[in-house]
Design a protein around this ligand. Structure first.
Ligand code: NDP
Length: 286
């Protein structure tokens, strides 16, 4: 076989990106499979996104990840969106098919895969509570709705934002989603199967902050999941463990959205264990 020194390129575009650990797990996966691929973590300010996307096409890049602040703004530079990306209204992963750039959203899918694989819970017919109404909550609620959750309650501090998200996602998915304002401490009801923190409460450097929730009345099997991955062991998860509840950390969601991205770009089965340990190492929590 003739030598091929040309690497296939993928990248993460965002600002800030210095502390984004995704590159470490994708590069580890490329190496594990002997692929001559590179994952670049590139700082792109908002005003430079148009030029950056022209560059993505000019370089024939195989795909990209988008992070803050580009997840919505990137849509106008794409040729197509998947159903989930349309419903969520944001794109975190792009793959190239020929000359076409297709926008996906793998945040919610990554979360769902973690729930199914790592926590062994099938959300179909279950009752879920999602704290938060930002980008992560939107992706998680959408996937829980598409996975057939019987009821999803969104609890958010800002009433207007929460109500708007719920009205939109209920209309787009046809699922049973309702809003509850976050007043004081939210007491998890006894009939909830899954509670997810999709707010940024507890995110580094505010590691001692815990979402104001009361888990004392929750049923024993209620899964408590946190989208916050830095630190992986958040105050909420510690509180849930103390109460004897099963937990799922934010690394699970992060790894699986990366696994899905890897498989979309390369068409190969992702080496999940390699990616998990590379990520843990990158975040210094081996
Ligand atoms: P956004 O900024 O879009 O949304 C933040 C949400 O948190 C809002 O609902 C906001 O409520 C709520 N919030 C923030 N501070 C407080 C507070 N003190 N009290 C009550 N509510 C609060 O962020 P994202 O949705 O993009 O991200 C949320 C979290 O998810 C982050 O920690 C991020 O790192 C994590 N994430 C993890 C991923 C993973 O793969 N594990 C993927 C994507 C995100 P309000 O509307 O009232 O302001």
């Amino acid at each position: 076989m003739p030598a091929n020194f040309r690497a296939e390129l993928v990248a993460c575009l965002g600002q800030p990106v210095d502390e984004n650990p995704t590159g470490a797990m994708q590069e580890a996966a490329f190496q594990a499979l002997g692929l001559n691929w590179r994952y670049l973590t590139i700082e792109v300010p908002p005003g430079a996104l148009k030029d950056a996307m022209a560059g993505v096409r000019a370089f024939g890049m195989r795909g990209i990840n988008l992070t803050i602040p580009h997840k919505v703004a990137v849509i106008e530079y794409l040729d197509e969106l998947t159903q989930e990306a349309q419903v969520i209204g944001a794109v975190n992963t792009v793959r190239r098919e020929g000359a076409r750039l297709i926008g996906e959203n793998t945040d919610g899918k990554g979360f769902l895969r973690g729930v199914r694989v790592d926590a062994q819970l099938d959300p179909k017919g279950k009752r879920g509570v999602v704290l938060g109404a930002g980008g992560a909550a939107r992706a998680i609620v959408t996937e829980l709705a598409l996975a057939g959750c019987a009821e999803i309650v969104v609890v958010n501090r800002s009433v207007e934002r929460g109500e708007a998200m719920v009205a939109e996602l209920a209309a787009r998915t046809g699922a049973n989603i309702r809003f509850q304002p976050w007043l004081g401490v939210y007491a998890a009801p006894t009939d909830v199967d899954l509670l997810v923190n999709a707010t940024s409460i507890g995110l580094y450097p505010d590691v001692d902050a815990v979402p104001p929730v009361d888990l004392s009345g929750a049923q024993d099997g209620m899964l408590v999941s946190d989208a916050v991955f830095n630190p992986p062991e958040t105050g909420l998860l510690r509180m849930a463990r103390q109460r004897g509840l099963p937990v799922l950390d934010g690394l699970s969601m992060l790894v699986y959205q990366g696994v899905i991205g890897f498989e979309l770009w390369t068409g190969r089965k992702a080496p999940e264990d390699v990616m998990k340990s590379a990520l843990r190492q990158a975040l210094d929590c081996v």
